[in-house]
Each structure stands twice: as C-alpha cells, then as structure tokens.
Design a protein around this ligand. Structure first.
Ligand code: THU
Length: 129
C-alpha cells in the first residue's frame, strides 16, 4: 500500500514547477479514510516564495476539509531517478506536526519512517498557553 502511495508521489512530481532548481518533488498524502491528496513543489522567481510539495498536498487537503492523515509519501529527483530519499524540510515537518501525531508515517524511497524520527519535538498549541 505504501509502495502505491510512493508511486502517486512520483507521478505528482511530473507537475513540479521547478524552473529555478530543476528539482522535481511530488507528495501523496493519505487520509485515515483512504483518500489521497497529491502536491508538487511550486517555485517562484522570488525564490523564498517557493512552496514544497508536502505543504502543497497538506494545504490542498485541509482546504477541502480533511484533517485526519495517516501517511505522506515524498519523491524527489533532478534526473527522473527517484531512488534517493527526499527528506522533508523543517518547515514541512512543522506543518505535519500541526495535524499529525508522532506515529504519522513518512514514506521515502528507502521505506517507512515516523514523523518523530525526523521531528522529535515541535512547537505546538501548548506552547501558546
Ligand atoms: N522541496 C520540496 O518540495 N520538498 C522537499 O522535501 C525538499 C525540497 C523543493 C523546494 C524547491 O522547489 C526544491 O525542492 C529545491 O529545494
């Protein structure tokens, strides 16, 4: 099942708008009820306005009312070979932590990881109290 999710991520990378980096990224987010939301990176001539594939997928899903997520697959490549890991950046991990627990699965080229493997602690709503 996670292999299939990874293939969705590879497919989503086809739509990457990455004319500045040339690095294509796709993400496929699986909800608890089995829906898949995909995303790609969308770059901008004002480089810092770029959004990653993971956040594109998460924001698409949340904007459509989904809140309960079980896994995200991420595939990245500059040459069509998606066999190397594309590890989510810190900003994307923080956004995942807003909606997902420590055991949220992150599927990379090398297999299955937990969100807590990459982000052991995060800023959360408790910190605002
Ligand atoms: N990028 C992602 O979309 N996700 C990641 O996990 C890492 C980086 C994008 C941002 C930028 O468009 C390009 O990859 C190079 O950093």
């Amino acid at each position: 099942m996670y292999n299939q999710l990874f293939e969705f991520a590879v497919k989503a990378a086809e739509n990457a708008y990455c004319k500045y980096s040339g690095f294509h990224v796709g993400a496929a987010l699986l909800t608890a009820d089995g829906k898949i939301y995909t995303g790609c990176n969308v770059e901008n001539a004002s480089y810092s306005m770029t959004i990653c594939a993971e956040r594109t997928a998460i924001f698409k899903a949340v904007s459509e009312g989904a809140r309960d997520f079980s896994a995200i697959a991420v595939a990245g490549s500059s040459d069509g070979d998606f066999s190397k890991n594309c590890t989510p950046c810190g900003a994307c991990l923080q956004v995942m932590s807003e909606f997902c627990g420590r055991d949220f699965k992150i599927i990379l080229a090398d297999g299955v990881h937990n969100l807590s493997d990459f982000l052991p602690v995060s800023f959360g709503e408790e910190n605002l109290k």
